[in-house]
Design a protein around this ligand. Structure first.
Ligand SMILES: [Zn+2]
Length: 480
Protein backbone atom coordinates (compact mmCIF):
# COMPACT_ATOMS: atom_id res chain seq x y z
CA UNK A 1 0.00 0.00 0.00
CA UNK A 2 1.36 3.44 -0.96
CA UNK A 3 1.86 5.90 1.87
CA UNK A 4 -0.69 8.45 0.55
CA UNK A 5 -3.49 6.18 -0.64
CA UNK A 6 -6.85 6.74 1.03
CA UNK A 7 -8.41 3.81 2.85
CA UNK A 8 -10.54 1.74 0.49
CA UNK A 9 -14.12 1.71 1.74
CA UNK A 10 -16.16 -1.10 0.25
CA UNK A 11 -19.41 0.61 1.13
CA UNK A 12 -22.70 -1.04 0.28
CA UNK A 13 -24.94 0.57 -2.33
CA UNK A 14 -27.56 0.78 0.40
CA UNK A 15 -26.24 0.50 3.97
CA UNK A 16 -28.50 -0.54 6.84
CA UNK A 17 -27.49 1.68 9.77
CA UNK A 18 -28.74 1.83 13.34
CA UNK A 19 -30.40 5.24 12.80
CA UNK A 20 -34.14 4.42 13.01
CA UNK A 21 -35.19 6.70 10.14
CA UNK A 22 -32.43 5.64 7.76
CA UNK A 23 -33.08 2.04 8.74
CA UNK A 24 -36.81 2.22 8.02
CA UNK A 25 -36.03 3.89 4.69
CA UNK A 26 -33.46 1.23 3.77
CA UNK A 27 -36.02 -1.51 4.42
CA UNK A 28 -38.53 0.39 2.30
CA UNK A 29 -36.04 0.54 -0.59
CA UNK A 30 -35.38 -3.20 -0.26
CA UNK A 31 -39.11 -3.99 -0.33
CA UNK A 32 -39.76 -1.60 -3.24
CA UNK A 33 -36.89 -3.24 -5.14
CA UNK A 34 -38.16 -6.73 -4.36
CA UNK A 35 -34.99 -7.62 -2.44
CA UNK A 36 -34.79 -9.63 0.77
CA UNK A 37 -32.50 -7.13 2.49
CA UNK A 38 -30.89 -3.71 1.92
CA UNK A 39 -27.56 -5.47 1.41
CA UNK A 40 -28.87 -7.06 -1.81
CA UNK A 41 -29.91 -3.74 -3.36
CA UNK A 42 -27.96 -2.96 -6.55
CA UNK A 43 -27.23 0.37 -8.23
CA UNK A 44 -29.93 -0.45 -10.83
CA UNK A 45 -32.41 -1.11 -7.99
CA UNK A 46 -31.53 2.20 -6.40
CA UNK A 47 -32.07 3.97 -9.76
CA UNK A 48 -35.48 2.31 -10.16
CA UNK A 49 -36.62 3.12 -6.60
CA UNK A 50 -35.39 6.72 -6.92
CA UNK A 51 -37.38 7.04 -10.18
CA UNK A 52 -40.51 5.77 -8.47
CA UNK A 53 -40.05 8.15 -5.54
CA UNK A 54 -39.62 11.06 -8.00
CA UNK A 55 -42.83 10.06 -9.83
CA UNK A 56 -44.88 9.75 -6.65
CA UNK A 57 -43.51 12.94 -5.11
CA UNK A 58 -44.27 14.92 -8.30
CA UNK A 59 -47.80 13.46 -8.58
CA UNK A 60 -48.45 14.43 -4.95
CA UNK A 61 -46.88 17.90 -5.25
CA UNK A 62 -48.95 18.79 -8.34
CA UNK A 63 -52.25 17.23 -7.17
CA UNK A 64 -55.38 19.28 -6.54
CA UNK A 65 -56.70 19.32 -2.98
CA UNK A 66 -59.64 17.06 -3.85
CA UNK A 67 -57.49 14.31 -5.36
CA UNK A 68 -56.69 11.16 -3.33
CA UNK A 69 -52.96 11.52 -4.04
CA UNK A 70 -53.04 14.91 -2.32
CA UNK A 71 -53.10 12.89 0.93
CA UNK A 72 -49.61 11.66 0.02
CA UNK A 73 -48.54 15.29 -0.21
CA UNK A 74 -49.75 15.74 3.41
CA UNK A 75 -47.51 12.83 4.40
CA UNK A 76 -44.53 14.42 2.64
CA UNK A 77 -45.34 17.78 4.21
CA UNK A 78 -45.28 16.24 7.71
CA UNK A 79 -41.82 14.79 7.03
CA UNK A 80 -40.06 17.36 4.82
CA UNK A 81 -41.95 20.61 5.49
CA UNK A 82 -39.54 22.98 3.74
CA UNK A 83 -38.49 20.91 0.74
CA UNK A 84 -39.13 21.97 -2.87
CA UNK A 85 -42.13 19.65 -3.46
CA UNK A 86 -43.86 20.55 -0.18
CA UNK A 87 -43.26 24.32 -0.20
CA UNK A 88 -46.43 26.43 -0.44
CA UNK A 89 -44.90 28.42 -3.33
CA UNK A 90 -43.82 25.29 -5.24
CA UNK A 91 -43.78 25.24 -9.03
CA UNK A 92 -46.79 23.76 -10.84
CA UNK A 93 -44.63 22.84 -13.84
CA UNK A 94 -44.13 19.07 -13.87
CA UNK A 95 -40.82 19.17 -15.81
CA UNK A 96 -39.32 21.75 -13.45
CA UNK A 97 -40.52 19.84 -10.37
CA UNK A 98 -39.25 16.54 -11.73
CA UNK A 99 -35.80 17.95 -12.34
CA UNK A 100 -35.64 19.44 -8.86
CA UNK A 101 -36.72 16.22 -7.12
CA UNK A 102 -34.57 13.94 -9.30
CA UNK A 103 -31.53 16.10 -8.44
CA UNK A 104 -31.92 15.03 -4.79
CA UNK A 105 -31.01 11.46 -5.74
CA UNK A 106 -28.39 12.08 -8.44
CA UNK A 107 -25.26 9.90 -8.12
CA UNK A 108 -22.44 11.49 -6.12
CA UNK A 109 -20.01 13.43 -8.33
CA UNK A 110 -16.33 12.55 -8.04
CA UNK A 111 -15.22 16.17 -7.64
CA UNK A 112 -15.18 18.33 -4.57
CA UNK A 113 -14.44 17.64 -0.96
CA UNK A 114 -16.10 14.54 0.42
CA UNK A 115 -17.34 14.21 3.98
CA UNK A 116 -18.41 11.05 5.76
CA UNK A 117 -22.16 10.39 5.43
CA UNK A 118 -24.07 11.34 8.58
CA UNK A 119 -25.75 7.94 8.64
CA UNK A 120 -23.27 5.40 7.28
CA UNK A 121 -19.92 7.16 7.07
CA UNK A 122 -19.37 6.59 3.33
CA UNK A 123 -17.64 9.60 1.73
CA UNK A 124 -19.97 11.93 -0.15
CA UNK A 125 -19.74 15.48 -1.49
CA UNK A 126 -23.51 16.05 -1.09
CA UNK A 127 -24.66 18.05 1.91
CA UNK A 128 -28.32 18.30 2.93
CA UNK A 129 -30.12 20.58 5.38
CA UNK A 130 -33.15 19.98 7.55
CA UNK A 131 -35.54 20.71 4.66
CA UNK A 132 -34.79 17.29 3.16
CA UNK A 133 -34.02 15.42 6.38
CA UNK A 134 -36.77 14.61 8.87
CA UNK A 135 -35.97 15.41 12.51
CA UNK A 136 -32.69 17.23 11.87
CA UNK A 137 -31.67 20.66 13.04
CA UNK A 138 -31.57 23.55 10.61
CA UNK A 139 -28.30 24.72 9.07
CA UNK A 140 -28.58 27.75 11.39
CA UNK A 141 -27.81 25.53 14.36
CA UNK A 142 -24.13 25.60 13.47
CA UNK A 143 -22.86 24.07 16.67
CA UNK A 144 -24.62 20.77 16.02
CA UNK A 145 -23.06 20.40 12.55
CA UNK A 146 -19.64 19.00 11.71
CA UNK A 147 -17.16 21.93 11.69
CA UNK A 148 -16.87 23.69 8.34
CA UNK A 149 -19.68 21.73 6.70
CA UNK A 150 -22.75 23.75 5.66
CA UNK A 151 -25.23 20.95 6.42
CA UNK A 152 -25.42 17.19 6.81
CA UNK A 153 -23.40 15.04 4.41
CA UNK A 154 -25.64 12.26 3.06
CA UNK A 155 -24.51 9.59 0.57
CA UNK A 156 -26.74 8.58 -2.33
CA UNK A 157 -28.00 5.32 -0.80
CA UNK A 158 -29.00 7.12 2.40
CA UNK A 159 -30.58 10.00 0.43
CA UNK A 160 -32.88 7.57 -1.40
CA UNK A 161 -33.55 5.77 1.90
CA UNK A 162 -34.52 9.00 3.67
CA UNK A 163 -37.13 9.74 0.99
CA UNK A 164 -38.31 6.13 0.77
CA UNK A 165 -39.01 6.41 4.50
CA UNK A 166 -42.74 7.20 4.14
CA UNK A 167 -43.26 3.95 2.19
CA UNK A 168 -41.78 1.82 4.95
CA UNK A 169 -43.22 3.84 7.84
CA UNK A 170 -46.77 3.72 9.16
CA UNK A 171 -47.96 7.17 8.17
CA UNK A 172 -50.86 9.47 8.94
CA UNK A 173 -51.57 12.88 7.44
CA UNK A 174 -49.42 14.42 10.19
CA UNK A 175 -46.98 11.84 11.56
CA UNK A 176 -44.94 8.74 10.80
CA UNK A 177 -44.01 5.69 12.87
CA UNK A 178 -41.01 3.48 12.26
CA UNK A 179 -40.05 0.23 13.94
CA UNK A 180 -36.69 -0.97 15.10
CA UNK A 181 -36.56 -4.53 16.17
CA UNK A 182 -34.07 -7.23 17.12
CA UNK A 183 -35.58 -9.32 14.35
CA UNK A 184 -34.65 -7.97 10.92
CA UNK A 185 -37.31 -10.19 9.39
CA UNK A 186 -39.94 -8.42 11.50
CA UNK A 187 -38.57 -5.05 10.38
CA UNK A 188 -38.95 -6.17 6.78
CA UNK A 189 -42.49 -7.47 7.42
CA UNK A 190 -43.43 -4.10 8.97
CA UNK A 191 -42.04 -2.23 5.93
CA UNK A 192 -43.74 -4.62 3.53
CA UNK A 193 -47.15 -4.00 5.03
CA UNK A 194 -46.60 -0.24 4.97
CA UNK A 195 -45.46 -0.21 1.34
CA UNK A 196 -48.84 -1.74 0.43
CA UNK A 197 -50.62 0.80 2.57
CA UNK A 198 -48.67 3.69 1.02
CA UNK A 199 -49.97 2.63 -2.40
CA UNK A 200 -53.52 2.62 -1.00
CA UNK A 201 -53.10 6.08 0.53
CA UNK A 202 -52.02 7.40 -2.91
CA UNK A 203 -54.85 5.66 -4.74
CA UNK A 204 -57.70 6.06 -2.27
CA UNK A 205 -56.71 8.73 0.26
CA UNK A 206 -56.83 8.29 4.04
CA UNK A 207 -60.62 8.67 4.02
CA UNK A 208 -61.09 5.24 2.44
CA UNK A 209 -58.76 3.44 4.85
CA UNK A 210 -59.78 2.23 8.30
CA UNK A 211 -59.59 5.14 10.73
CA UNK A 212 -59.14 2.64 13.56
CA UNK A 213 -55.83 1.20 12.33
CA UNK A 214 -52.66 1.78 14.34
CA UNK A 215 -48.91 1.20 13.90
CA UNK A 216 -48.75 -0.97 17.04
CA UNK A 217 -51.01 -3.53 15.38
CA UNK A 218 -48.86 -3.61 12.22
CA UNK A 219 -45.76 -4.05 14.40
CA UNK A 220 -47.27 -6.84 16.51
CA UNK A 221 -48.51 -8.64 13.40
CA UNK A 222 -45.04 -8.37 11.86
CA UNK A 223 -43.55 -9.95 15.01
CA UNK A 224 -46.12 -12.74 14.99
CA UNK A 225 -45.53 -13.43 11.29
CA UNK A 226 -41.81 -14.13 11.70
CA UNK A 227 -42.27 -16.46 14.71
CA UNK A 228 -39.33 -15.27 16.78
CA UNK A 229 -39.04 -16.53 20.34
CA UNK A 230 -37.64 -13.33 21.91
CA UNK A 231 -37.41 -9.91 20.30
CA UNK A 232 -37.68 -6.42 21.71
CA UNK A 233 -39.16 -3.73 19.49
CA UNK A 234 -39.17 0.05 19.59
CA UNK A 235 -41.69 2.20 17.80
CA UNK A 236 -40.62 5.78 17.00
CA UNK A 237 -43.49 8.10 16.13
CA UNK A 238 -42.71 11.64 15.08
CA UNK A 239 -43.79 14.78 13.32
CA UNK A 240 -41.18 17.00 11.70
CA UNK A 241 -43.19 20.16 12.09
CA UNK A 242 -41.73 23.61 11.39
CA UNK A 243 -42.95 24.92 14.72
CA UNK A 244 -43.30 21.95 17.01
CA UNK A 245 -41.56 18.77 15.98
CA UNK A 246 -42.21 15.89 18.38
CA UNK A 247 -41.01 12.34 18.93
CA UNK A 248 -42.72 9.63 20.96
CA UNK A 249 -40.89 6.41 21.74
CA UNK A 250 -42.62 3.24 22.94
CA UNK A 251 -41.29 -0.28 23.20
CA UNK A 252 -42.23 -3.84 23.89
CA UNK A 253 -40.49 -6.38 26.10
CA UNK A 254 -38.32 -9.12 24.63
CA UNK A 255 -40.71 -11.85 25.76
CA UNK A 256 -43.61 -10.43 23.74
CA UNK A 257 -43.40 -12.86 20.78
CA UNK A 258 -43.41 -15.81 23.19
CA UNK A 259 -46.40 -14.39 25.09
CA UNK A 260 -48.33 -13.92 21.84
CA UNK A 261 -47.49 -17.43 20.68
CA UNK A 262 -48.75 -18.84 24.01
CA UNK A 263 -52.00 -16.87 23.68
CA UNK A 264 -52.49 -17.84 20.06
CA UNK A 265 -51.93 -21.51 20.77
CA UNK A 266 -54.39 -21.78 23.67
CA UNK A 267 -58.17 -21.59 23.14
CA UNK A 268 -59.21 -20.00 26.50
CA UNK A 269 -56.39 -17.42 26.26
CA UNK A 270 -57.29 -16.64 22.65
CA UNK A 271 -60.91 -16.19 23.69
CA UNK A 272 -59.77 -13.95 26.55
CA UNK A 273 -57.78 -11.85 24.09
CA UNK A 274 -60.81 -11.53 21.80
CA UNK A 275 -62.99 -10.53 24.78
CA UNK A 276 -60.47 -7.76 25.41
CA UNK A 277 -60.52 -6.67 21.75
CA UNK A 278 -64.32 -6.62 21.62
CA UNK A 279 -64.44 -4.64 24.88
CA UNK A 280 -61.96 -2.08 23.51
CA UNK A 281 -63.79 -1.51 20.21
CA UNK A 282 -65.42 1.92 20.07
CA UNK A 283 -68.02 3.03 17.55
CA UNK A 284 -69.49 6.43 16.78
CA UNK A 285 -73.24 7.05 16.79
CA UNK A 286 -73.52 5.71 13.23
CA UNK A 287 -71.86 2.44 14.18
CA UNK A 288 -68.59 3.23 12.42
CA UNK A 289 -65.57 1.84 14.25
CA UNK A 290 -63.47 4.73 15.59
CA UNK A 291 -61.17 2.62 17.77
CA UNK A 292 -60.41 -0.89 16.55
CA UNK A 293 -60.27 -3.53 19.28
CA UNK A 294 -57.26 -5.34 17.79
CA UNK A 295 -55.33 -2.07 17.37
CA UNK A 296 -56.21 -0.87 20.88
CA UNK A 297 -55.21 -4.22 22.40
CA UNK A 298 -51.91 -4.20 20.47
CA UNK A 299 -51.25 -0.72 21.82
CA UNK A 300 -51.37 -2.04 25.41
CA UNK A 301 -48.32 -4.17 24.65
CA UNK A 302 -46.18 -1.05 24.15
CA UNK A 303 -44.75 0.89 27.07
CA UNK A 304 -43.98 4.60 26.81
CA UNK A 305 -40.49 5.86 27.67
CA UNK A 306 -41.93 8.19 30.32
CA UNK A 307 -43.95 5.37 31.89
CA UNK A 308 -47.17 7.14 31.05
CA UNK A 309 -48.97 4.38 29.20
CA UNK A 310 -51.79 2.06 30.09
CA UNK A 311 -50.63 -1.50 30.62
CA UNK A 312 -52.40 -4.64 29.51
CA UNK A 313 -52.63 -5.75 33.12
CA UNK A 314 -54.24 -2.48 34.20
CA UNK A 315 -56.74 -2.68 31.34
CA UNK A 316 -57.70 -6.26 32.25
CA UNK A 317 -58.02 -5.24 35.90
CA UNK A 318 -60.27 -2.38 34.90
CA UNK A 319 -62.47 -4.61 32.74
CA UNK A 320 -62.75 -7.31 35.40
CA UNK A 321 -63.47 -5.07 38.36
CA UNK A 322 -65.67 -2.35 36.90
CA UNK A 323 -69.05 -2.50 38.50
CA UNK A 324 -71.50 -1.29 35.91
CA UNK A 325 -72.13 -1.75 32.22
CA UNK A 326 -70.44 -4.99 31.36
CA UNK A 327 -71.49 -8.48 32.20
CA UNK A 328 -68.99 -11.34 32.27
CA UNK A 329 -70.17 -14.92 32.30
CA UNK A 330 -68.15 -17.33 34.47
CA UNK A 331 -66.27 -18.51 31.37
CA UNK A 332 -65.51 -14.93 30.24
CA UNK A 333 -64.15 -14.07 33.65
CA UNK A 334 -62.04 -17.22 33.83
CA UNK A 335 -60.53 -16.56 30.35
CA UNK A 336 -59.75 -12.90 31.06
CA UNK A 337 -58.26 -13.78 34.45
CA UNK A 338 -56.11 -16.47 32.87
CA UNK A 339 -54.92 -13.94 30.27
CA UNK A 340 -53.87 -11.56 33.06
CA UNK A 341 -51.91 -14.28 34.88
CA UNK A 342 -50.27 -15.43 31.63
CA UNK A 343 -49.18 -11.87 30.83
CA UNK A 344 -47.75 -11.52 34.35
CA UNK A 345 -45.84 -14.77 33.96
CA UNK A 346 -44.53 -14.42 30.39
CA UNK A 347 -43.90 -10.67 30.25
CA UNK A 348 -43.26 -9.64 33.86
CA UNK A 349 -41.80 -12.92 35.11
CA UNK A 350 -44.28 -13.09 38.01
CA UNK A 351 -45.93 -16.26 39.21
CA UNK A 352 -47.85 -15.29 42.34
CA UNK A 353 -50.48 -17.51 43.93
CA UNK A 354 -52.99 -15.06 45.38
CA UNK A 355 -55.65 -17.72 45.99
CA UNK A 356 -55.25 -18.02 49.84
CA UNK A 357 -55.43 -14.24 50.36
CA UNK A 358 -58.21 -13.96 47.75
CA UNK A 359 -60.14 -16.60 49.70
CA UNK A 360 -60.00 -14.49 52.88
CA UNK A 361 -61.50 -11.52 51.00
CA UNK A 362 -64.10 -13.64 49.17
CA UNK A 363 -65.16 -15.34 52.44
CA UNK A 364 -65.52 -11.98 54.14
CA UNK A 365 -67.56 -10.55 51.24
CA UNK A 366 -69.78 -13.61 51.14
CA UNK A 367 -70.22 -14.27 54.88
CA UNK A 368 -69.54 -11.02 56.73
CA UNK A 369 -72.47 -9.31 58.36
CA UNK A 370 -74.82 -7.25 56.19
CA UNK A 371 -74.95 -7.03 52.41
CA UNK A 372 -72.25 -8.72 50.23
CA UNK A 373 -72.67 -6.05 47.52
CA UNK A 374 -71.73 -3.35 50.02
CA UNK A 375 -68.58 -5.21 51.05
CA UNK A 376 -67.68 -5.93 47.43
CA UNK A 377 -67.95 -2.20 46.67
CA UNK A 378 -65.76 -1.52 49.70
CA UNK A 379 -63.13 -3.95 48.44
CA UNK A 380 -63.26 -2.53 44.88
CA UNK A 381 -62.53 0.91 46.27
CA UNK A 382 -59.35 -0.16 48.06
CA UNK A 383 -58.18 -3.02 45.82
CA UNK A 384 -55.15 -1.15 44.43
CA UNK A 385 -54.14 0.83 47.53
CA UNK A 386 -51.42 -0.78 49.64
CA UNK A 387 -52.38 0.82 52.95
CA UNK A 388 -56.18 0.59 52.60
CA UNK A 389 -56.06 -2.97 51.31
CA UNK A 390 -53.94 -3.89 54.33
CA UNK A 391 -56.55 -2.37 56.67
CA UNK A 392 -59.38 -4.20 54.88
CA UNK A 393 -57.52 -7.52 55.08
CA UNK A 394 -56.92 -7.08 58.82
CA UNK A 395 -60.59 -6.29 59.32
CA UNK A 396 -61.74 -9.23 57.19
CA UNK A 397 -59.40 -11.61 58.99
CA UNK A 398 -60.57 -10.44 62.38
CA UNK A 399 -64.24 -10.77 61.38
CA UNK A 400 -63.83 -14.32 60.03
CA UNK A 401 -61.95 -15.52 63.12
CA UNK A 402 -64.40 -13.72 65.42
CA UNK A 403 -67.31 -15.50 63.70
CA UNK A 404 -65.60 -18.85 64.24
CA UNK A 405 -64.62 -19.37 60.59
CA UNK A 406 -61.16 -20.42 59.56
CA UNK A 407 -59.10 -17.85 57.67
CA UNK A 408 -57.31 -19.20 54.58
CA UNK A 409 -54.36 -16.83 55.01
CA UNK A 410 -52.78 -14.55 57.59
CA UNK A 411 -50.79 -11.29 57.71
CA UNK A 412 -47.58 -12.97 56.53
CA UNK A 413 -49.32 -14.09 53.34
CA UNK A 414 -50.51 -10.64 52.38
CA UNK A 415 -47.43 -8.72 53.47
CA UNK A 416 -45.89 -8.78 49.94
CA UNK A 417 -49.16 -7.48 48.46
CA UNK A 418 -49.35 -4.40 50.65
CA UNK A 419 -45.66 -3.51 50.63
CA UNK A 420 -44.15 -0.82 48.45
CA UNK A 421 -41.92 -3.31 46.71
CA UNK A 422 -41.77 -3.44 42.89
CA UNK A 423 -44.63 -5.39 41.34
CA UNK A 424 -46.80 -5.19 44.49
CA UNK A 425 -49.25 -3.10 42.47
CA UNK A 426 -49.40 -5.79 39.80
CA UNK A 427 -49.92 -8.41 42.50
CA UNK A 428 -52.89 -6.46 43.86
CA UNK A 429 -54.43 -6.41 40.38
CA UNK A 430 -54.03 -10.18 40.06
CA UNK A 431 -55.47 -10.60 43.57
CA UNK A 432 -58.58 -8.65 42.57
CA UNK A 433 -59.04 -10.79 39.45
CA UNK A 434 -58.88 -13.93 41.60
CA UNK A 435 -61.26 -12.53 44.28
CA UNK A 436 -63.91 -11.77 41.67
CA UNK A 437 -63.41 -15.13 39.98
CA UNK A 438 -63.93 -16.93 43.32
CA UNK A 439 -67.06 -14.91 44.07
CA UNK A 440 -68.53 -15.58 40.66
CA UNK A 441 -67.83 -19.31 41.07
CA UNK A 442 -69.72 -19.18 44.37
CA UNK A 443 -72.69 -17.48 42.74
CA UNK A 444 -72.19 -14.09 44.41
CA UNK A 445 -73.34 -11.50 41.85
CA UNK A 446 -70.27 -9.49 40.89
CA UNK A 447 -71.39 -7.70 37.74
CA UNK A 448 -74.39 -6.63 35.67
CA UNK A 449 -76.96 -9.32 34.91
CA UNK A 450 -76.09 -11.40 31.81
CA UNK A 451 -77.29 -10.27 28.39
CA UNK A 452 -80.10 -12.15 26.67
CA UNK A 453 -79.37 -15.28 24.70
CA UNK A 454 -79.53 -13.72 21.21
CA UNK A 455 -76.99 -11.11 22.27
CA UNK A 456 -74.78 -13.82 23.83
CA UNK A 457 -74.82 -15.82 20.58
CA UNK A 458 -73.87 -12.75 18.59
CA UNK A 459 -70.99 -12.00 20.95
CA UNK A 460 -69.79 -15.60 20.97
CA UNK A 461 -69.49 -15.51 17.15
CA UNK A 462 -67.46 -12.31 17.41
CA UNK A 463 -65.11 -14.06 19.82
CA UNK A 464 -64.42 -16.82 17.32
CA UNK A 465 -62.80 -14.40 14.86
CA UNK A 466 -58.99 -14.45 14.65
CA UNK A 467 -57.09 -12.29 17.13
CA UNK A 468 -55.08 -9.21 16.07
CA UNK A 469 -56.93 -8.90 12.77
CA UNK A 470 -56.00 -5.93 10.57
CA UNK A 471 -59.13 -4.19 9.34
CA UNK A 472 -57.29 -2.97 6.26
CA UNK A 473 -57.10 -6.64 5.22
CA UNK A 474 -60.61 -6.15 3.88
CA UNK A 475 -59.05 -4.27 0.99
CA UNK A 476 -56.84 -7.24 0.15
CA UNK A 477 -59.96 -9.30 -0.24
CA UNK A 478 -61.45 -6.82 -2.67
CA UNK A 479 -64.01 -5.33 -0.28
CA UNK A 480 -63.00 -1.86 -1.44
ZN1 LIG B 1 -24.91 6.96 3.88
Amino acid sequence: MGPVSAPVVASAVLPLTSHPLQRAGAWAVAVLAGRESPGEVTVADLDAVAARVVDDVCAAALAGKDEAVYDWWKVLFALYPNSKPTHSKRTRDRAVMEEAVAALFAPDGADGAAHPCTFCGAPTPVVWTKSNLPMFDTSKALNTLPPGVPGWPVCRGCRVAVWALPYGAWVTAGSASVLSCESERAERAFAERNVLRARRVMQLGFGKLSAAARPELVAVRALLAVREELSATTLWTFKNDNQEPWLRVTSTRRALPRFLAVVQGNAPLRRGWRLLEVALTRRDKDGVVVAGGAAEAARLLFEAEDGRSRSLLWQLHHLLTQDAGRSWGARDRADLTRLAFTYAKEILGMEPDPTPVATVIADWIQHGSGNPRGRLAEYRNVALSDYKLGALLTQAHFRLVFDGRSAAAGPDDWAPLISQRPRAWEQRMLLAARVLELLQQRGVAVNAPPADEVERDREERLLEQPMLRDEDDDYDMGAA
